[in-house]
Design a protein around this ligand. Sequence first.
Ligand code: ATP
Length: 458
Amino acid sequence: MKTNQVTMEKLVNLCKSRGIIFPGSEIYGGMGNTWDYGPIGVEVKNNIKRAWWKRFVQQSDNSFGVDAAILMNSRVWDASGHTASFTDPKMDCKECKSRHRADNLIENYSKGAVNPDTMSNEEMESYIKEHKINCPICGKHNWTPIRLFNMMFETSRGVTEENQNKIYLRPETAQGEFVNFLNVQRTTRAKVPFGIAQIGKAFRNEITPGNFIFRTIEFEQMEHQWFCKEGTDTAFYEDFKKKAWDFLVDLGFNPEHLRYKDHDKLAHYAKNACDIQYLFPIGWSELNGIHNRTDYDLSRHQEYSGKNMQYVDPITNEKYVPYVIEYSIGADRLMLAVLSEAYEEETLENGETRVVMHFHPSIAAYKVAVLPLQKNLGEKAKEIYKKLSSEFMCTYDEAGSIGKRYRRQDEIGTPMCVTIDFDTLENNTVTIRDRDTMEQIRLSVDELVDYVAKKIRF
Ligand code: ATP
């Protein structure tokens, strides 16, 4: 169990000091709950997205990718229900003016024993009153009533001051897949069941963002919508629960750190919904969601756009609006889970400790670090670096003792270190050190590329 070693503070510090993630706009004092990925972080996150795409588009029969616009016609959000009800129940503390989510207040107070998702706003208000739940900032109990707060970021589009149209930054990527259902089906000649996947930015004016990159106001989602016929939906829902789980385990997650959590309260259109939770440093929390959304999304777009969203079965000529199984996971939230899962403080035989990030090799920023034992071996080392870096992301380090250089690579999770010594000049062999076992083997330079390629496969 590695998770119990890691705290959010340790992760934030490691991320900042090793170029994984920096606070956003830092030189201006920051911009609350925005984060910038550094040289290591951007590689790891891109690799996570690539692994997801490989699994859910490349290796998934009948799935197709899109990259839809962030700014969409406002009618999209009327049809999806977001303009009317993408809200959180907020309460303001009249004493210190801080803003809170009523459901979070109850959840934290009851330590998860009470599920506010099953409560109406009135019930939440009375619970907070009855149990005298105080403001977590100032400790007083003087709340405004619950008000609904729409979490969509608004902006406007227009060439003149008088002629502004309100538009929104998308709060989820899913609608980009739904509005392209007909386009994708027609151009790929896909037969139902088929899937549309997308990775992209989403924006939510969260009332209580925080916990590093767990909940931010700008984040990336990886979503896969599976269009199927009513009657086949429950089997596909179960199938996606398993696929979502297997993806995490194949990425290196310990299954003991994962669990399914069915939703207690379903949205009115949903037939089934569950999350996969991960044991984050903050406790068990949602990592991804799998939902059986019935024919709600396409029917609503049919109603609001006036376009016929029915699929015509080419064999039976039957016409119907497909059901949708949605699988949605935040790339940043998965990044946080990957970081937490990978982190280990290991005590070595000589009593020293090392921090090592056990990323799945396909996820690691650099696959190989090339380390000449001495500076005068630089020419040969650079030649090997050039060969490797034309195939993989690699790094080169000749500063400091070899032990220190190994530690630096362990901290950013580089799975293999190649050292160049005087024997390399003699017989064209190098030493290759494994990050996890620290074992070293001798290998011919000619075998290196194939060796690394095999090790990093996902
Ligand atoms: P939560 O209950 O945590 O607010 P949600 O149920 O609203 O999440 P969905 O709308 O189902 O989340 O979004 C799908 C996924 O997107 C989530 O499982 C999570 O991984 C990610 N996600 C949602 N909101 C955020 C956020 N504010 N910051 C980072 N990731 C997010």
